[in-house]
Design a protein around this ligand. Sequence first.
Ligand SMILES: Nc1ncnc2c1ncn2[C@@H]1O[C@H](COP(=O)(O)OP(=O)(O)OP(=O)(O)O)[C@@H](O)[C@H]1O
Length: 230
Amino acid sequence: MSLELTGVTVAFGHADARTTVFDGLDVTFEPGRMTALVGPSGSGKSTLLAVAGALLRPTAGQVLLDGEDFAGLSDARRAKVRRERIGYMFQSGNLLSGLTAVEQLLAAAYISGERPRAHRSRAEEALTGVGLGHRLRHRPEQLSGGERQRVALARALFLSPKLLLVDEPTAAVDRSQAGELAELLAERTRRDGCVTVVATHDPAVAEAADRVVDMAELSVTGASAGLSGR
Ligand SMILES: Nc1ncnc2c1ncn2[C@@H]1O[C@H](COP(=O)(O)OP(=O)(O)OP(=O)(O)O)[C@@H](O)[C@H]1O
């Protein structure tokens, strides 16, 4: 299972107001590896995540998940790909207020059409697996920034996605917890074998990643992203 973008062009607006973020971008992300996307503000990190996550349709090109192009699918088919194959984790966790940690996972499963009752013990296990066995019934406002992100990670991985897309996971996290959270992300990626792509400004996340891709080197003329990988 890999994620492959080939000849991806993303342009916004028209004529004088046209912004070309990518023009014929080719980049591949491997399973079981966490890639950190780094680069200055406006270099296209979030745009790449949006295209990879079937949230934004590229102007041209293919986005292949396990060899299957979803860029050209109908909106309904793309929604199915998002539900069944992709996990998302955002800057502030985007947890639902009023729900306990366990319920955050059950709600996600429910939205995906799963039967929540059968999953309660699995949700507890998933939270225990990210170090939150003692916070199962806490609501978001009763958790620290780092704990909220751990819930968000457990939720994103709960339905075993092939692809995990993460935007600035440590932005709202205490410095002392940022490194641990980044390590946890990398460790879970290796264990679960998913493709993980993380947009970040945080050196702690780049440090924990298996590969670092500098957006500044992904030129709009479509340079290979392999150059800055490690
Ligand atoms: N909907 C849009 N309409 C027009 N331009 C857009 C749109 N979305 C993004 N852009 C432009 O695309 C470029 C890349 O933006 P993007 O948000 O992907 O950068 P980024 O690297 O994630 O930045 P940051 O680190 O600040 O989050 C920017 O020049 C931005 O202005």
